[in-house]
Design a protein around this ligand. Structure first.
Ligand SMILES: [Zn+2]
Length: 164
């Protein structure tokens, strides 16, 4: 085996002394030997934990604020090396796509709201011609004054009585 092919197939792990691992890359991996692959998998945080930390307070990712929170969580995960750089790039790209669809979503929402409001106005208008609106007939009873209000009234009366 030539020196060059050894370097290409050699594990990329470098130990604390700066020496590169001499083992060959594992068959199902592009940079680590079987030993260091297992070691790196063991040191990585649980995928579920990372996912729940990433998605913390991000809701439906339907507002700029929520997407911004996701990006902030992503930066934290990346800084702590809890997420793979490639995964982080993919999430950042997806976030960018999400942000670019927000103006369109806002327009759709506004349009649906407008048509709903128009529909309700028409229906409300038709109903008012047929029978009187119920909210005018059923007035809520006047709420009784709160004890604080009664007390305030009495004190002001007492004050007035003392003054006269
Ligand atoms: Zn190795």
């Amino acid at each position: 085996m030539s020196a060059k092919s050894l370097t290409v197939n050699q594990c990329h792990h470098i130990n604390a002394r700066g020496r590169r691992c001499r083992m060959l890359i594992a068959l199902d991996h592009d940079s680590l030997c079987q030993h260091h692959l297992a070691q790196s998998a063991a040191s990585r945080p649980d995928a579920e934990t990372v996912a729940s930390e990433l998605l913390d307070s991000t809701g439906e990712l339907a507002t700029a604020d929520e997407v911004n929170t996701l990006l902030a969580n992503l930066v934290r995960q990346l800084a702590r090396k809890r997420i793979d750089r490639k995964d982080a790039m993919a999430i950042a790209y997806a976030s960018q796509l999400l942000l670019s669809t927000l103006p369109g979503m806002d327009k759709e929402y506004a349009a649906s709201f407008d048509s709903e409001a128009t529909q309700e106005a028409i229906e409300g208008d038709e109903q008012s011609r047929e029978d009187p609106p119920t909210d005018l007939l059923e007035q809520p009873p006047q709420s009784a004054p709160s004890p604080d209000e009664v007390l305030a009234d009495e004190t002001s009366n007492d004050y007035a009585a003392v003054r006269t």
